[in-house]
Ligand binder design. Structure first.
Ligand SMILES: [Zn+2]
Length: 323
């Protein structure tokens, strides 16, 4: 275990968050990813009631192993919630009627060894069985099956990588019975500003099933926090992709007899501004996706708290945005 902790100190944080309040915070190891020398767990933390029908917020990180800052923001937020549960009686009541779930490191092999892909060389955000509109895609970037030497490889046709399958199974089992779910998937490495993207990733031609709910949710957010920091736009404004995990989960949700109101969002933490301010970062692959200077790291840790708190409030208070 100690070697695992050295490679992925975030696993230790996950364990200590769960240990801080066993009554209210449960850790579940969803699967193990075998690499050449190590076996990495894919861990989930579940805050609050075990009732799967309750409104749920899900935070997902580390899909791309290089983008470690997303995992760290999630863990920092969970530590704050866990610490607050030690003394805040109102917050304890919150978690009787909603759930907060996190999978901070979906791709532990990639995170440990600083690669975007999983240890099989597959981009987990191109791996799901979803085909994008061919006339809207960008060569390579949208996903391909040419060679794993190039980024954005989709993996074998119709074969989900174990990490992808693990997330899909978990959503079907643990999340899709909830009456409403907002998820936030943390990435970095694109753009100057922090961006929130909404689905679809596969096409510009149609709206995703809960688009109207999303628009009202966005309005609620912007009315509540008029000075917020995010650029909010459809993912396809930036690029269209094959195999997007959230597109696939939306499609699977729609096949259910009673689909949950499901709004899967992506946070793209704008890392280019760190490179702009500290150009030496460009010489390190890690530095292209993560803040290197301590004060920028700390700023990221506190920057998203208000938005994540908003999601936890909104998921329970739906009158304004689910009609
Ligand atoms: Zn990413």
């Amino acid at each position: 275990m100690s070697k695992l902790y050295t490679l992925l100190p975030e696993l230790k944080d996950i364990d200590s968050i769960a240990a801080s309040n066993p009554e209210m915070i449960k850790k579940r190891t969803l699967n193990y990813i075998d690499c050449e020398f190590e076996r990495f767990p894919v861990d989930a933390l579940i805050f609050g009631s075990e009732d799967r029908t309750l409104p749920t917020v899900v935070l997902v990180g580390g899909v791309h192993g290089l983008e470690r800052i997303g995992t760290q923001v999630i863990i920092s937020y969970l530590k704050t919630i866990a610490q607050s549960l030690q003394w805040d009686e109102d917050l304890k009541k919150w978690f009787k009627n909603r759930r907060l779930i996190a999978i901070p490191i979906v791709n532990p092999g990639g995170t440990a060894y600083h690669t975007r892909c999983n240890p099989n060389g597959v981009d987990l955000m191109r791996n799901a069985p979803v085909e994008a509109d061919a006339d809207e895609t960008t060569w390579l970037l949208s996903g391909h099956r040419l060679t794993k030497k190039l980024a954005w490889h989709r993996g074998e046709k119709d074969k989900l990588e174990l990490e992808t399958q693990t997330v899909v199974d978990f959503f079907k089992e643990e999340v899709f019975s909830s009456e409403v779910c907002i998820s936030m998937d943390f990435h970095s490495g694109f753009g100057v500003q922090d961006q929130i993207w909404y689905p679809w990733a596969k096409t510009k031609k149609e709206k995703f099933p809960y688009y109207n709910e999303f628009v009202r949710l966005q309005k609620l957010f912007e009315d509540t926090y008029p000075n917020h920091i995010y650029k909010i736009e459809p993912q396809t404004k930036n690029y269209v992709t094959h195999g997007d995990l959230w597109d696939y989960l939306l499609e699977e949700n729609q096949k259910r007899e009673k689909p949950t109101v499901f709004i899967p969002l992506t946070l793209e933490i704008g890392s280019w501004r760190w490179v702009k301010k500290n150009p030496f970062q460009i010489f390190s692959i890690f530095g292209l996706f993560n803040p290197v200077k301590e004060h920028r790291f700390r700023r990221q840790m506190r920057r998203h708290v208000f938005m994540l708190d908003f999601l936890l409030r909104a998921v329970r208070n739906t009158k304004k945005w689910i009609l």
